[in-house]
Design a protein around this ligand. Structure first.
Ligand code: FES
Length: 301
């Protein structure tokens, strides 16, 4: 969400309380009712679950309507898309070279460690975006990512995260579409160790429970979704650290060619990409033999 004016302290805490209410199953925010009722629904919801809506709060709420409206609409449309008859998709995962915006191959040794800028590429279907990370420790030294077991809280089943690739085995990739309701960057993104703090504005709003969960998991950074607060552990297969998501982010398999330093996307592991019953169907397959990993935005102030 973006606001044209800085938030007051009062609005900030009001927003935090609102975020908590949205995550609470007993006071769940209804995206569909919001789209139907707009500001009326929001005011009613806030008055009942967050606090009084007086005149001084009106301007703030108008900004909220714009921000939440975009998020909610995207969520509902993504959910609806998942219900449509699947398009052809693609028959198998292709091996695709990662290139930069100039068309040059992305080199594993050149991927910035703990990059705060969101880097995205499409794979295996058009419009299905993935993060590219080179994960580091608190000193920004690359962290060797070993294989680990990922549990899917939704049904308890497990699968193996194969670990990182590249010169330091620190490079990984995940679907950039939140498994809760399909929010996309910049609402969901990586928080490098230097940005693991509260008090930043959206889309860099990190709640304390995400930081506490990261500390319990002994990891220096997280992927967090501002929409409703889901948090994922990028150092261990994007496993779930905090809900409401019940599914980890799908792991996009990368291959690193040590002789050329080039990176390839070759597959996907874990649950299907959000909005799909099968990661390969429900969209349009990419054409060609390469996909562009481009800088998106820097979500941090
Ligand atoms: S879409 Fe709800 S937490 Fe991400």
């Amino acid at each position: 969400m973006e606001f044209s004016n800085p938030l007051s302290i009062g609005d900030f805490y009001y927003l935090r309380k609102f975020s908590g209410a949205m995550k609470n199953p007993r006071t769940k925010f209804n995206d569909v009712k919001f789209i139907e009722g707009g500001e009326n629904y929001l005011c009613h919801y806030l008055a009942n679950n967050v606090g009084p809506v007086d005149e001084t709060r009106r301007k703030f709420i108008k900004g909220l309507v714009i921000g939440i409206g975009a998020i909610a609409a995207a969520s509902v449309l993504d959910a609806a898309r998942g219900l449509q008859v699947p398009l052809a998709g693609t028959s198998a995962f292709q091996k695709m070279l990662l290139v930069d915006s100039t068309g040059a191959a992305v080199k594993g040794s050149s991927v910035p460690v703990n990059n705060p800028i969101i880097v995205l590429y499409e794979y295996p279907l058009t419009d299905e975006i993935n993060f590219l990370f080179n994960l580091g420790d608190t000193s920004n030294n690359p962290v060797t990512l070993s294989s680990s077991t990922v549990t899917v809280p939704q049904d308890g089943h497990t699968y193996t995260f194969p670990g990182g690739v590249g010169p330091k085995q620190s490079i990984v990739s995940y679907s950039a579409i939140c498994q809760h309701l399909g929010c996309k960057p910049p609402n969901i993104h990586f928080y490098p160790p230097a940005y693991m703090k509260t008090g930043m504005p959206f889309p860099a709003f990190l709640p304390q429970d995400a930081i506490t969960a990261a500390q319990s998991a002994n990891v220096p950074g997280v992927i967090h979704c501002d929409c409703h607060g889901s948090t994922y552990d990028p150092y261990h297969g994007a496993s779930v650290l905090t809900g409401p998501t019940q599914r980890p982010l799908p792991f996009t398999v990368l291959e690193w060619d040590s002789s050329t330093d080039q990176l390839y996307a070759t597959g996907s592991v874990g649950v299907p990409v959000y909005g799909h019953t099968n990661t390969l169907t429900g969209g349009t397959g990419l054409s060609g033999t390469s996909t562009t990993a481009a800088n998106s935005v820097n979500p941090f102030p």
